[in-house]
Design a protein around this ligand. Structure first.
Ligand code: ADP
Length: 475
């Protein structure tokens, strides 16, 4: 039995802004089957505390970074949790990273340094009766934990997982003392990044192993285009870096039992979900494929390219339903597109239930990301018989088999890939989708292949467990 403390800033079902939360929430159950006992350390945001009314304090201090804190221990939704209750850092409205006006909280450095500091303390001294053999840090919010461990003179094994290299966790250098960070780490071979502190780099340099969420993204990170300035660090870590694909929660995302839709067996039973979605979205009937998008609206996701390519889809009788939120410029552009183009329906916002209805009802799901560490919505699409059309990058490249002539002849295609990630190549991919969709036998074969593709945690949970075993000290 290996005991792992997983440290993250979000976790399904308590707090979520993206795929990180899905992964952190799914890993404990997936790893239990591999002989790993995983507990999750989260910040005590309001919704997290509200979900754990019976949590018990296991440690407290009068002052951590400017206020009293308690470490609570509790359980909910099958998760064993530690929660850092620090009202001066987390008891506020808004989201985990942004205030109600959409601005970064000005003290984010301290909020997540405190989380990492707490992880290191649990690593060294334990919490209650429990002490981890290994700390698993997710993204920059947990990246400082390996440094705090070293600063305590304990080099506990650690894994740093990068869910998105674009979030560097930059902190001005004059915060070093306020965050109780050791001066020795502030150097180019340590956590310094062009004169700033980078909490992400701290994890990349001092984590015993570094993983990211797909093999292709792991390779891409060794080059300047995707490395966000850390490609040298990644290259220097060599074989310590690996890519382990994300899985999906197959209980939550199952078309035969999904409580958000009237359950069906794809591809045949899909017709009802499709008709319901067309009705709900007020879309016109048409011969072409009904495409869906569920996404954050950010530069990364390439949805500006989709706006350019859309007329091609509509001209071929296709339709598009888009659910997303984020960048206000993109939100406006999408609202305008819905006004201008019949066949385009847009919902701006974050809506879990609607996301299920859309992925269930679509013929195809579009993911034209400029980069994509793993991506989850294409995996949901595969499971629901909703054919993914994806950019050939990161995890998208690893999880979708392009319907090229060889794959079609071999009967293994599961979707459409396109490269380079341009509006032109995307428009061509949408053309190909329309061609495939116009041939029902071929399209159904692709849907069936996708539904059979492994999208769960089995293989990846075993890969994490093997990595833990490689570095954890035997008890
Ligand atoms: P990222 O983490 O970069 O946002 P992923 O594809 O890894 O991308 O994960 C996104 C997760 O968030 C998926 O579970 C997706 O269904 C969900 N999601 C994104 N936008 C929305 C939205 N507007 N409404 C509901 N769920 C959303």
């Amino acid at each position: 039995m290996i005991r792992v403390l997983s440290v993250a800033s979000e976790c399904v079902p308590l707090v979520k802004t993206g795929g990180l939360a899905d992964v952190v929430g799914a890993l404990p159950a997936a790893l239990a089957a591999e002989g790993v006992e995983m507990r999750v350390l989260l910040p005590g945001y309001r919704p997290v505390l509200a979900a754990l009314p019976k949590a018990e304090p296991v440690w407290q201090a009068d002052d951590l970074f400017g206020g009293p804190v308690r470490l609570l221990q509790g359980a909910t939704a099958g998760l064993s949790l530690f929660v850092l209750d620090a009202p001066h850092l987390y008891d506020r409205p808004g989201g985990p990273y942004l205030d109600e006006a959409g601005q970064d909280w000005p003290d984010n450095d301290m909020r997540f340094a405190a989380l990492s500091w707490m992880a290191a303390r649990i690593g060294v001294e334990g919490a209650g009766e429990w002490r981890p053999d290994l700390v698993h840090c997710h993204d920059w919010q947990a990246g400082l934990a390996p440094i705090y461990l070293k600063a305590r003179g304990v080099d506990l094994p650690s894994v740093m997982t990068v869910h998105n290299m674009a979030f560097r966790g930059l902190i001005p250098p004059d915060r070093l003392a306020a965050l109780a960070l050791p001066g020795w780490a502030f150097q180019p071979d340590g956590m310094e990044f062009y004169g700033q502190i980078s909490a992400l780099k701290a994890g990349l340099v001092y984590g015993w192993k570094v993983t990211t969420v797909s093999p292709t993204y792991a390779r891409e990170l060794t080059g300047p285009d995707f490395g966000a300035g850390f490609d040298g660090v990644i290259r220097a870590r060599g074989a310590d870096v690996s890519g382990i694909l994300n899985g999906i929660d197959e209980a939550m995302w199952n078309p035969a039992t999904d409580p958000h839709i009237s359950p069906y067996k794809a591809p045949r039973g899909k017709a009802k979900a499709r008709a319901a979605l067309i009705g709900e979205m007020g879309l016109p009937e048409g011969d072409g494929p009904l495409c869906v998008v569920v996404s954050r609206l950010s530069e990364q996701k390439g949805l500006d390219l989709l706006l350019e390519a859309l007329p091609r889809l509509i001209a071929r009788g296709g339709r598009l339903a888009m659910l997303g939120s984020g960048d206000p410029v993109l939100e406006t552009a999408w609202r305008d597109a819905a006004e201008a183009l019949p066949g385009v329906a847009v919902r701006i916002g974050y809506d879990e239930a609607l996301s299920h209805r859309m992925i269930a009802g679509g013929d195809a799901i579009l993911v034209p990301s400029r980069f994509e560490p793993c991506g989850l919505t294409q995996l949901y699409g595969l499971r629901y018989g909703t054919v993914p059309v994806v950019a050939r990058t990161g995890g998208l490249a690893d999880t979708v088999i392009d319907a090229n002539p060889a794959a079609l002849a071999a009967g293994v295609a599961t979707g459409v890939q396109f490269a380079p990630v341009t509006a032109g190549a995307l428009a061509t991919a949408l053309d190909r989708l329309c061609d495939l969709h116009a041939d029902p036998a071929t399209f159904q074969k692709i849907q069936r292949n996708g539904m059979r593709a492994p999208v769960g945690w089995g293989v990846s949970a075993a890969a994490y467990a093997a990595l833990y075993r490689e570095i954890a000290r035997p008890r």
